[in-house]
Design a protein around this ligand. Structure first.
Ligand code: BGC
Length: 766
């Protein structure tokens, strides 16, 4: 729900005795000792100071599972200590399930404790600005509310185990191309409503111990040295009490970072002396260093006080959870003729085709890459999942990296022709999805598309299972009867897909990102990944994700929020109680949801809001709340949403604040952004309107509406009427003069400068 009257006071993250101890410790430290604490000891740990009893803590990636390097000096990519590889954020995002995200967080917290990790580097809430984003698999969604809420649940889950998190990458790091030096140019409103919004939701509600600042510049200043971002917004406006650490290697000017509010540089770097001399020269105040070091010491002490090295981790149970989660995030995109779940009889053959079924991709490449405790494949899992004597035959279908292979293709075709049904596992090879590189296009490998066409030519009962971390084009989408998006589903992704194919689990995932027909249709197409001059201009403004497709009436392949089920749901009636809105800035929405099918299932009820006649350009509707419900056949649940004024607000950059105008709003509830089932309009009187100010630059017409300035300007209106030869001419004059900034009236001799500034001052004084 919206943060009605969200307080900006302290969060209560740090207990008083820890604050006290941190102050005492910092008071005993010399300048070089304090400076030393602000830079990591090595790749993964912080600097200890035994003389004052300050320990070191261990940080590890995140966000797909725990990636703890065998020793703190190495990077540990590919040789980290085995841990559960949960589904990637692309799948968790599509689960729309905050309880599931919380549960995974708890499991990750337990494993972190067991492995001796005090802070997990995740979750990642950068928005999927383009399907080309190389790291989209590591991010939750294209939408700030969905990302923020799921991140909040994850953080709460991990931190409930006494382990910290590092929500990342702060901020506007929505691409891989030039990620270390590109300047993200984002106008204030877009920044507040999109990139910052996901962080704002999670930071305010879940209090992550740390925030990881991004590599890139934001509007001309590196995030690592951006005081407005790290101090003014994060600390002052949001009341954040934790610490900011740099992304690995994101620091450029360490003293400037300390001034800005960057507590910890990671990993180790030779910057300590620079901090000491900046203080000695008087370029950096020692009081500022003391504040930053005290806040840093607080988090180290908090983490240390909650260490539980003997925590047992039940990796079998976590594998089961990973399986449930992968199934919860898989999205049934299409299911013509109810081809799924597979209704094969004992003795019939299922053709399982595609090397991914034998050797699955289950996570993306880069810093998030976990060494799993084990891996389930579809090939091993599918035969047993039927619970009856079904004959599952396998063919590879394509070569390494999706390459065309005539023999493999012929084998696949032959197998498909002889079977009752074909299940084709295709997707993106690892080389096409990795941290550090954006995708060049959004197509599947040619060998995969060719395989689908070949199988479809001989087998009408074809199911395509997609294994990928971000949207792809599907040239065969109209012809293939059933499509299941399995994402990069973690170490149990293979068994989870078998559960869905056989009907043991009813799919309930919904797209957390729009699937376009073609890349040219996407919101950031003309400015992603860069505008060619070292900048990434967020030219789509607030019309990102589904809002773009709605506003421009561009039909995507599959819309945001879309996902089918083996049962059906109806939405009956929408009741809005806004009677207390004026008093509490809150209103209630009730919707009855019924499972009208034959099997139990989960549905995601999505609530969107649009302002009917906005004075600024606003999206047709925006996601503001959602709820995943679990219903038995015939069950009805009244789903209740509480909305606050912020859910109706936009960021008024001129006023420098969130503003909700009074007026009519549409509250729409549906099964996807393009499938609104019930809606209602409500007139709401807001007590959070923009402050009424005038200046010498205010247009005459606008100033006339001001309660104090308006009456003062009436003589001008009267004079115009008298001067004009006819009513028509008066109207013309008003049309012309209405646009004039008030200062022009001094040039025209209507007021003197002094008179006008006096009137403006009187108006603004109320
Ligand atoms: C990534 C971070 C990661 C860090 C440590 C960086 O390159 O951007 O997400 O946490 O490395 O591995």
């Amino acid at each position: 729900m919206g943060e009605a009257g969200a307080a900006v006071s302290g969060h209560g993250l740090i207990p008083e005795e820890i604050r006290q101890r941190a102050r005492e410790i910092v008071a005993k430290l010399s300048l070089p000792e304090k400076a030393a604490l602000t830079v990591g000891k090595d790749s993964w740990t912080t600097v200890a100071n035994e003389s004052v009893g300050l320990p070191s803590i261990w940080l590890a990636d995140g966000p797909t599972g725990i990636r703890k390097a065998p020793d703190s000096a190495g990077m540990g990519i590919g040789d980290s200590i085995p841990a559960t590889c949960f589904p990637t954020a692309s799948a968790i995002g599509s689960s729309w399930d905050v309880d599931l995200a919380h549960e995974i967080g708890v499991a990750m917290g337990i494993e972190a404790q067991a492995l001796g990790v005090q802070i997990v580097l995740g979750p990642g809430v950068n928005l999927k600005r383009s399907p080309l984003g190389g790291r989209n698999f590591e991010y939750l969604s294209e939408d700030p509310v969905l990302s923020g809420e799921l991140a909040m649940a994850t953080i709460e889950g991990i931190q409930s185990q006494g382990v910290g998190t590092s929500i990342k990458h702060f901020v506007a790091n929505e691409q891989e191309t030039g990620r270390m030096y590109t300047d993200s140019i984002v106008d204030e409103r877009t920044l507040r409503e999109n990139s910052l919004r996901a962080f704002e939701i999670a930071v305010k509600a879940a209090k992550p111990w740390t925030v990881m600042c991004a590599y890139n510049l934001l509007n001309g200043t590196y995030c690592a040295e951006n005081r407005r971002l790290l101090h003014d917004i994060l600390h002052d406006e949001w009341g954040y009490e934790g610490i900011v650490m740099s992304d690995w290697g994101a620091v450029n000017d360490r003293p400037a970072g300390i001034e800005a509010g960057l507590h910890l540089q990671m990993p180790h770097g030779k910057t300590v002396e620079g901090v000491v001399s900046a203080v000695e020269r008087g370029d950096l105040g020692e009081e500022r260093l003391d504040v930053v070091v005290t806040e840093l010491v607080q988090i180290v002490l908090l983490a240390d006080s909650l260490r539980r090295p003997d925590t047992p981790a039940d990796f079998d149970a976590h594998h089961d959870l990973a399986r449930r989660a992968a199934a919860g995030g898989a999205v049934l995109l299409k299911n013509d003729g109810n081809l799924l779940p597979l209704a094969v009889e004992p003795g019939q053959t299922v053709a399982l085709i595609g090397a991914f079924a034998r050797e699955p991709r289950y996570q993306g490449a880069g810093s998030s890459q976990v060494v799993p405790t084990r891996v389930d494949t579809m090939l091993e899992s599918l035969p047993g999942a039927f619970g009856r004597d079904v004959n599952v035959q396998f063919a590879d279908g394509y070569g390494p990296d999706g390459a065309h292979d005539a023999n493999l293709l012929a084998g696949a075709r032959e197998l498909a022709a002889s079977a009752a049904v074909a299940v084709v596992a295709i997707g993106l090879p690892a080389s096409m999805e990795t941290e550090g590189r954006d995708r060049e296009h959004i197509h599947l490998p040619a060998g995969h598309n060719e395989l689908v066409d070949a199988v479809l030519a001989v087998q009408p009962n074809t199911v395509v299972v997609l294994i990928n971390g971000s949207a792809v084009t599907m040239p065969w989408a109209e012809q293939v009867p059933a499509i299941l998006e399995g994402w990069l589903g973690g170490q149990a992704g293979g068994s989870a897909l078998a559960d869905i194919l056989t009907g043991a689990v009813n799919p309930s995932g919904k797209l957390a990102e729009t699937f376009p027909v073609r890349i040219e249709d996407t919101p950031s197409h003309l400015s992603f990944p860069t505008s060619g001059d070292g900048t990434a201009r967020f030219t789509e403004g607030v019309f990102s994700g589904h809002r773009w497709y709605d506003a421009r009436r561009v039909a995507p392949r599959f819309p945001f929020g879309h996902g089918l089920s083996y049962t059906s749901f109806t939405y009956d009636g929408i009741a809005i109680d806004a009677s207390d809105f004026a008093e509490y800035d809150a209103l209630r929405v009730d919707v009855a949801v019924e499972n009208t099918g034959d099997v139990a299932g989960m549905d995601v009820v999505q609530l969107y809001i649009g302002e009917c006649s906005p004075r600024v350009q606003r999206p047709v509707r925006e996601l503001k709340a959602f709820r995943k419900v679990d219903l038995q056949p015939g069950d009805v649940e009244i789903v209740q949403f509480m909305l606050g004024w912020r859910d109706f607000a936009f960021y008024d950059a001129a006023a420098g604040q969130w503003v909700m105008d009074s007026g009519e709003y549409e509250i729409a509830v549906g099964a996807s952004s393009a499938d609104i089932r019930v809606s209602a309009r409500e007139h709401l009187e807001s007590s959070h309107t923009a402050p009424l100010t005038v200046s010498v630059n205010t247009p005459f017409r606008v100033a006339l509406d001001h309660p104090v300035m308006g009456p003062m300007l009436q003589p001008v209106v009267k004079g115009m009427r008298e001067y004009a030869p006819s009513d028509e001419a008066a109207e013309m004059m008003m049309l012309f003069m209405g646009d004039m900034p008030l200062r022009k009236f001094t040039q025209m001799g209507i007021f003197t400068d002094e008179q006008l500034t006096g009137m403006v001052a009187a108006a603004n004084a109320g």
